[in-house]
Ligand binder design. Structure first.
Ligand code: AMP
Length: 315
């Protein structure tokens, strides 16, 4: 395995960007990360399932601010998809992804086959318990166990100092934080804010599934979050009132709603009747998962912490 051939710290020049080294073999991946560390680099890692958009690229940019050798994995992980979910049809665009990562100055891309990450005879799963029960955990049995298992494998191979995940998948980030803490991974886990389209829709690889009508209806999610956000900013602290404001907008557009919940942003549990319990400094996560056509969409905002989610409220 040749050492990685380019560095994200190379001086600006008029030469075209250098393609990242791409490896498919887990052991070659580990060797490349080891080699980078030996030469004094800090490994920054962004795990993805590919079909990259500006949200993913913002995570890469954040990793570049924190580390000197930038690694991106592209792996549609079969164990986090349920039997009736979209594993087979999940969008894939390896050539386009590689071009975007080249333009971003990524150093190393890891794109294994499922059989390499789950070789014959493997029997190990990583499970975080209580945090995986509510929200998406209740609707996607086994999903988070698939996520924590693959991410633990990727961490074991790459040994990153810094990893960036998106707050778009809020529960995933919370679960992975718990895993990193519980398993003593020496990793600085960074949560990046949700990147949205100009009209407020949270970017997602799955947005390509949406027809024009569905794309318009999908704006109901961020509209619902803004309704709750505006009420909170205006002093509303009643949990059910905030939830109802978000739910009304989602109900108007969704074909099926998995949940519209207001929960504590740390333990993801119901906060009680009021989100401040009568005190100041209240925070609450408003989280949405619903289906528009055949596409499952998620979105969220942390009241008391996040800026307004997307386009300004016009009414
Ligand atoms: P995925 O490829 O969907 O598994 O996502 C890979 C990473 O990108 C995860 O950490 C996601 O939370 C993050 N991500 C996806 N969409 C966005 C977005 N719109 N804004 C910020 N992060 C995102």
């Amino acid at each position: 395995m040749a050492p990685p051939s380019n560095s994200s710290n190379s001086p600006v020049s008029s030469a075209p960007p250098v393609r990242p080294v791409t490896v498919k073999d887990p052991i070659a991946f580990r060797a490349a990360c080891d080699e980078a560390r030996r030469s004094g680099a800090t490994v920054g890692f962004v795990p993805t399932m590919g079909a990259l958009h500006s949200g993913h690229l913002a995570l890469v940019a954040e990793a570049k601010r924190k580390a000197s050798f930038i690694v991106v994995s592209i792996f549609v992980n079969p164990t986090q998809f349920g039997p009736n979910e979209d594993f087979v049809h999940y969008p894939r665009d390896f050539v386009g992804d590689l071009q975007k990562l080249t333009d971003q100055g990524v150093d190393l891309v890891f794109a294994p086959e499922p059989s390499a990450m789950y070789p014959e005879g493997e029997q190990t799963r990583v499970k975080v318990h209580r945090l995986t029960d509510p929200l998406c955990g209740a609707f996607r049995p086994g999903h988070f166990e698939g996520v924590t298992t693959i991410v633990a494998k990727l961490f074991a191979l790459s040994g990153p100092a810094v990893v960036v995940f998106g707050k778009k998948d809020y529960q995933q980030l919370a679960v992975l934080r718990k895993m990193v803490r519980d398993l003593f991974f020496p990793i600085d886990l960074i949560g990046h804010p949700i990147v949205r389209e100009a009209d407020g829709l949270a970017m997602s690889s799955r947005n390509v599934y949406l027809s024009a009508d569905e794309r318009a209806r999908a704006l109901g999610l961020s509209r619902g979050l803004r309704a709750a956000w505006s009420a909170f900013e205006g002093g509303e602290r009643r949990t059910e009132t905030l939830r109802a404001l978000a739910l009304r907008e989602v109900h108007a557009v969704a074909d099926r709603i998995d949940y519209v919940d207001v929960v504590d942003p740390v333990d993801l549990m119901p906060p009680g009747e009021r989100i401040d319990g009568g005190g100041a400094g209240a925070k609450a996560l408003v989280a949405i998962a619903c289906h528009i056509g055949k596409t499952r969409l998620i979105d969220n905002v942390v009241l008391g912490e996040d800026p307004v989610p997307g386009a300004a409220v016009t009414s």
